[in-house]
Design a protein around this ligand. Sequence first.
Ligand code: ADP
Ligand code: GN1
Ligand code: MG
Length: 355
Amino acid sequence: MEKAIYGFQFDGTPVECHEFGHGHINYTLRIKTDTGAEYILQRINKYVFKDPAQLMSNVGSVTAYLRERVTDPRAALHFLPAKDGKFYHVDEMGQYWRMYDFVGGFCLDAPESDEDFYQSALAFGRFQEMLSDFPAHTLYETIPEFHNTIHRYGVFRHTLAADPWGRAAGVQRDIDFILAREEEGGTLQRMRESGELPLRVTHNDTKLNNVLLDKKTRKSLCVLDLDTVMPGLSLYDFGDSIRFGAATAAEDEPDVGKMGLDLHLFEIYTKGYMEACPSLTSREIELMPMGAKILTLELAMRFLTDYIDGDRYFKAAYPGHNLIRARAQMKLVADMESKWDQMHRIVAQVASQVR
Ligand code: ADP
Ligand code: GN1
Ligand code: MG
């Protein structure tokens, strides 16, 4: 049993503890106690999140805000106080931990039905809509420039120049693919800076496995993983959901022949998101295909950067995992390019029905 658990105030005696979920960033444990209460205990990744106390301040204020706007108590995460009353505990190694109620639902790594994916669109769309009046200036930037693709290109070039493991030469075609799309990749950032797209409070990590579904009804219960909630663009959230959930293969599928965009799932998500988030502007809607493409391109670049940098950021299950991930994402970008007109037609058609 992780000693960190005894830093928190919780019910009962822990009887079971195992690693849980498929997140790439934090170390997540599911804990059972003799009273039947279940918890999530997480060690926050300090390499990724430089200031865990600020991060927990964000998560605390967002969950408090959401709790006042939802009826089902399971719809907003509930954190347990540590022995000193804070919502995190620092162990003797200087590691930061947090503990919260386990919600009796389930998360999917791929939709099992259209309805599952539609439910995730409603969850993220509502999340966005509920936070539309949240005082954005009170949030810390937990990861500065998180979806600033122009900045990400800068980091990519810097890493290529340093090439600490001599890996760049072996992946020149992959590097060329990313660099060939640099101009287009900066589109959203330029529009954010010019004010053409509205700044909102966004989730920024809208993978399907960051939504919890109810076991019985399979309706979406709650949005998880609030570590990256920050001011951002709705297209980050829309785009990242498409990248992960409307793909024909897993994010790390080694056989790129299997990877592509499922246009039917793209349509389902687009519909759910527009329904749940009526405040979307027509410019945001027009740019939905661009959001999907740029978020996929950006993550391809982030995985490739991490591969070249020696796999320091994303948890890797085997050597070369980040390169496999990068190639799967690049294939998805290429497939979106080949379906570009169809993606636009779908968005226009859904908008004419929903709005
Ligand atoms: P990471 O940043 O590493 O992705 P998450 O906060 O997303 O960390 O947690 C990892 C996984 O743990 C989630 O994808 C989900 O499957 C599971 N999980 C997290 N919180 C809960 C919860 N309150 N109830 C049930 N499962 C959870
Ligand atoms: C990480 O934390 P997790 O596993 O939900 C990453 C996202 C990536 C995603 C790719 C803080 O998400 O940005 O899109 O992996 N989160 C962070 O699977 O970098
Ligand atoms: Mg997660």
